[in-house]
Design a protein around this ligand. Structure first.
Ligand code: APR
Length: 228
């Protein structure tokens, strides 16, 4: 008998207690930088060094961060369930906590992508600077999805959601589509567990929704304890 499938959809909030800023909370990351200044292809064209510097800072923060109890509780679920993590986060905290199936729909900051037609994607933990190129001489950029660019692995993510026996949402404001549309792919009979201290923009769904209004490090273990 194969194990039940748990799909977990996570956003910046799950990494907040690891010290990584979220995007839209009061002291959100974007307040220090205007989104259009750093996270768009136009910004990279206009001022590549600003954009590379912004992500060099974020890459260092990720390397200095540790997975927290929420990441670990999700990884431990694999003892009892098949688990697929669909994350909007570009950090590797789920992987470092031990999750074995993580789908990054907005890219990964610890990978670099070349700007040429060769489309290299290479593991990259150092700074990316102007002049860092792929083997064919094309400038490297962070393997991160910028506003206006296509989201990654979305079909695969939606496919997993449609097969989930349990679905948990942790630390996302659900305001950024198409990724947030994943909730529409969960079968109506499948309960949706939400862990977030704030109200989230969950659209009207046929599913039973259980919202634990707590921080991830408390709420995720609590949901797993009670319902999994
Ligand atoms: N535990 C759980 N949730 C938290 C915590 C915490 N400790 N702290 C904050 N949150 C919640 C907030 O209440 C909010 O609902 O995390 C959510 C963070 O929302 P956003 O900052 O909008 O982050 P996210 O939803 O991941 O943004 C989606 O937007 O900017 C783009 O590409 C970027 O992937 C990102 C996408």
């Amino acid at each position: 008998m194969s194990k039940e499938l748990v799909v977990v959809f996570t956003g910046a909030g799950i990494s907040a207690e690891s010290g990584l800023k979220t995007f839209r909370d009061s002291d959100g990351l974007w307040e220090q930088y205007r989104i259009e200044d750093v996270a768009t292809p136009e910004a990279f064209q206009r001022d590549p060094e600003l954009v590379l510097r912004f992500y060099n800072e974020r890459r260092k923060q990720v390397l200095n961060a540790q997975p927290n109890r929420a990441h670990k509780a999700i990884a431990d679920l694999e003892k009892k369930y098949d688990v697929v993590v669909v994350t909007q986060n570009i950090d590797d905290l789920h992987e470092r906590a031990g999750s074995s199936k993580v789908i990054h729909v907005h890219g990964e900051i610890l990978k670099a992508r070349c700007t040429g037609p060769c489309n290299h994607i290479i593991p990259w933990k150092k700074d990316i600077n102007l002049g860092d190129t792929c083997e064919n001489g094309y400038q490297l950029r962070p393997h991160v999805v910028w506003f206006g660019e296509p989201v990654l692995h979305l079909d695969e993510a939606f496919e997993w959601a449609s097969k989930a026996d349990k679905f948990m949402i942790v630390g996302t404001s659900l305001v950024v589509y198409p990724a947030a549309g994943i909730v529409f792919h969960v079968r109506p009979s499948v309960p949706i567990y939400v862990v977030d201290p704030a109200d989230v923009m969950l659209p009207t769904l046929p599913n039973k929704v259980i919202h634990v209004k707590k921080r991830a490090t408390e709420g995720v273990p609590e949901v797993i304890e009670k319902y999994f």
